[in-house]
Design a protein around this ligand. Structure first.
Ligand code: LER
Ligand code: MN
Length: 270
């Protein structure tokens, strides 16, 4: 497994669940200094920093790019893959495509979290699921051509009404034709929704592609009441070898949050 930490390059979203908020250079260097293996980037689009800055920083520090988030497509631009307006769905697909290409330059998958949207009065559940299926088929195949996977993330009930449970999302992925999509287990969302996080991870190990590492209250692991030891044991038992990526509030401040996270990672995973 790889220890990974989120870096947001979108200051207007301050207060969101990302740990480091400084410039790309400062955040990458701080992640390396603390001993993380990888970073996960949240950007406003398919670029980070100046030209070649990200590649140079990754080369210099030896860190990997673990994943790129696509949520800015929704939060900043109002796009979702299940929007009732066909034009907006098309723009959402283009945005995710560009994010896949951006991540692929560094061998990193893109994550579809809030970009999945929700069904509503103007889109039936079945229509939304059809739109999501079409988008994931197209984008999963596209990710394959770029040599990366596409990561789909079930979210808690307050953020989507499409898939809240990890195993429901597994069944949904099973019936896709593309093999380009894997799943994200966000331990914060799972703490709200699952009967047992460990059981779900065990039963759905076949699709696990990324983990968001946060405590019950979305603070860095160690500040809440999630029982992390059995979850870590399960991840080891199922042979998960991807990123354990801290997507949590920068509580009480970014540097303390980063330090708490790496300490917790070492406590549970080494
Ligand atoms: C994204 O990874 C996520 O977990 C969402 O809660 C962001 O809104
Ligand atoms: Mn997440």
């Amino acid at each position: 497994m790889k220890s990974c930490i989120t870096i947001s390059l979108v200051p207007s979203l301050k207060g969101g669940p990302w740990i480091l908020w400084d410039s790309l250079e400062k955040s990458v260097k701080e992640s390396a200094r603390l001993g993380f293996d990888a970073i996960e980037l949240f950007t406003d689009g398919p670029q980070a920093g100046e030209k070649n800055e990200l590649r140079n920083l990754l080369n210099e520090t030896g860190l990997a790019l673990g994943a790129v988030g696509t949520g800015a497509g929704k939060v900043l631009n109002g796009l979702t893959l299940t929007h009732p307006d066909q034009n907006i769905r098309a723009k959402a697909i283009s945005f995710v495509r560009e994010m896949i290409d951006f991540g692929a330059l560094f061998n990193a998958p893109a994550i579809i979290g809030s970009m999945q949207g929700s069904y509503s009065e103007s889109t039936s559940k079945q229509d939304a699921l059809n739109y999501l299926t079409d988008a994931l088929e197209e984008l999963g195949d596209h990710a394959n051509t770029q040599g990366v996977s596409l990561i789909y993330e079930p979210l808690n009930r307050y953020e989507t009404n499409l898939f809240n449970l990890y195993l429901d999302a597994c069944e949904f992925i099973d019936q896709l034709s593309t093999n380009g999509v894997s799943l994200l287990a966000d331990l914060f969302h799972m703490n709200i929704e699952e009967d047992s996080i460990s059981d779900s991870l065990q039963k759905g190990a076949r699709h696990l592609g990324h983990v968001h590492f946060a405590d019950s209250n979305r603070k860095p692991v160690g500040n809440g009441h999630t029982n992390m030891a059995p979850i870590a044991t399960t991840l080891q038992e199922i042979g998960y070898d991807g990123c354990v990526s801290a997507e949590a509030f920068a509580w009480p401040d970014p540097l303390t949050a980063a330090k708490t996270t790496i300490d917790s990672y070492r406590k549970f995973f080494s």
